[in-house]
Design a protein around this ligand. Structure first.
Ligand code: PGA
Length: 252
């Protein structure tokens, strides 16, 4: 069976001023033009979303946010709603990134509220899951992922989750230079696809994109993309430079 259409996504985290973000996006839009073998998304910080959306208007690169709050509006100082993201030109939103789980109290329950909010507002959720180094050493990887997926998607039906992107990001591989081996990645992605299949049916599971994140770079993207159940990448550090990110986009 043909693989799903890939998605190469860049997570710019808390890097780049507005001007830097606009300049990088402009350069990337030029470099990546014609790369129509894959979907491309970048997620700058909230403050750069609107100016970057103006740069991306004439390109095929989608714009994503790094988080959202589940309430429609209200007295929630410091939070950003789905409507606000739409008004800045976003089509995607990263949810449950391990840095949010580790440093900002994100848990499966809040992840679930954010995913429900994203899908009901037609934002594509890029739902991040992953085990820590200790959990892997203790052989708990699949149990941890099982819980993160089931709790994160609780109460949501396959109709609502059609656009879902699942991002497997082993915490020990993020920003560390350690990439999971191709065997480790394929094992987990296959496990995740069968888990989705158990809950939502095999046809649905076959249609869902499962992307990998954690020290993805031009040197390792091609071997990752050759894996049967890998449908793209969520790239942190190596997405900050347009030329480097373009090399990842142009994987063979
Ligand atoms: P990295 O980050 O590519 O710098 O390891 C990945 C991520 O956090 O999404």
């Amino acid at each position: 069976m043909a693989k799903r259409r890939p998605l190469i996504a860049g997570n710019w985290k808390m890097f780049k001023s507005c001007q830097d973000a606009v300049d990088t996006a402009r350069l990337l839009a030029g470099l990546a033009s014609g790369a129509d073998h894959t979907d491309i998304m970048i997620a700058p910080s909230f403050t750069s979303l609107f100016p970057v959306s103006q740069v991306l208007k004439s390109s095929a690169i989608a714009l994503g946010a790094q988080n959202l709050h589940w309430e429609k509006e209200g007295a929630f100082t410091g939070e950003i709603s789905a409507d606000m993201l739409h008004s800045c030109g976003c089509s995607h939103v990263i949810i449950g990134h391990s840095e949010r789980r580790q440093f900002f109290g994100e848990c499966d329950e809040t992840v679930n509220k954010r995913i429900a909010c994203a899908v009901s507002n037609h934002l594509v959720p890029v739902f991040c899951i992953g085990e820590t180094e200790i959990e892997r050493e203790q052989d708990k990887t699949m149990n941890i992922l099982d819980k993160q997926v089931k709790d994160g998607l609780k109460g949501l039906g396959s109709d609502e989750l059609k656009a879902l992107v699942l991002a497997y990001e082993p915490v020990w591989a993020i920003g560390t230079g350690k990439t999971a081996t191709p065997d480790q990645v394929q094992d987990v992605h296959l496990f995740l696809r069968s888990l989705i299949g158990d809950v939502y049916g095999i046809e649905f599971a076959k249609s869902i994109r499962i992307i990998y994140g954690g020290s993805v770079k031009p040197a390792n993207i091609s071997e990752l993309m050759m894996l049967e159940d890998v449908d793209g990448a969520l790239v942190g550090g190596a997405s900050l430079d347009a030329e480097t990110f373009n090399k990842i986009i142009r994987f063979k």
